[in-house]
Design a protein around this ligand. Sequence first.
Ligand code: SF4
Length: 374
Amino acid sequence: MPASRTIVVEEITVDKVLNTFAHQDGWFWAKYSASPYLGCQYACAYCFLRQDGYGLNVGNERTVGMDDTFSQYLRVKTNAHLVLDKELQDVERDVIGVGDYQPVESTFMLSRKMLEVCRTHEFPVIIIAKSPLVVRDIDVIREISRRSWACVVFSIGSHQSAGYREFFEPFASSVESRFLAMKKCSEAGIHTGTALMPVLPFITDSRENLEAVIRKTKESGGRFVVAGGLALSDAQAESFYKSLERYNKNFVDRYKTLYQGRFSPQDNSWASLGRTVKGLCETHGLDYRIKRFVPDSPLSMNKRLAELLFLRVYEMELNEEPEAEIQKCRELAWRIDEMREPVQCLPDETAVMHEAVEEIMKRVRFGNKEFCIA
Ligand code: SF4
């Protein structure tokens, strides 16, 4: 564990905490997200929130002399739960991404209070955690799970902390403690599993590491492993390259050749990674996608159809089908997901859309099973 650092905490109040996504991503199924904190003490070098667009690297007179504003200057939305309570009264019930279990949560307990609000309004939740602190709130999460749906996803990129965490997740809890927390969630009857991301080329992408994470997930009661590669962009890329240089300076040139200054690797490694993880998950009896929770409503059929189409999109990506075809399928998924009338009530002239969906559905499988929308 590196030496402790100065952390500046600023308490703020906000008018808005709920973010509504423009489109489903087909991965975590959240329609909304709500976070009580800005910045993250865990300081992961690869964190996508370091990208310039999130505005979390900005400093002021309180951050002078800090090495890493993103992880040392935290803003705490002290009224986040109260604002969320109001906002949830005006939006349709759907999955919300909540829960931020960095150390400051022990003091402010805002993630817990926000979960309590979700429980009151019966909103399903998905929590992506890198800390066993989430176990503190198992009572609330379990109740949400009983009333609607809850899923706790542990972010785990390597099967062990040694030789990895100190470079890429210097202040995060150990990998071992995350698997233990997963076991506790599973024992409490909560749907749980692993986000094996980002997988780092040449570092955590070996079949041995991927399989070890999958095996440990299974042993810990996890039900799925979803995997994704490393994207690199602006300030986040700078942060990552600094850590990479400390890890092994010979890797810097290899990454530069692989990424060529772009967001994603300039080869087929993401698809190949997805295929490997899919195969290993099937071998070990885990899902490689998270099953979508769909609340009962007149639009349930639309959501299920969209889920199938998103699965199809993923399969097409793994098969490296032409991007134009993948995008066409993705747009069809969004279109159906965002329709305001049930697909079963569409007039006859849209039958062509039904046919297209049926065609795609024939080719979709989920794990080893045929997927049924009935
Ligand atoms: S724990 Fe998550 S949010 Fe925090 S720095 Fe790491 S990746 Fe980013």
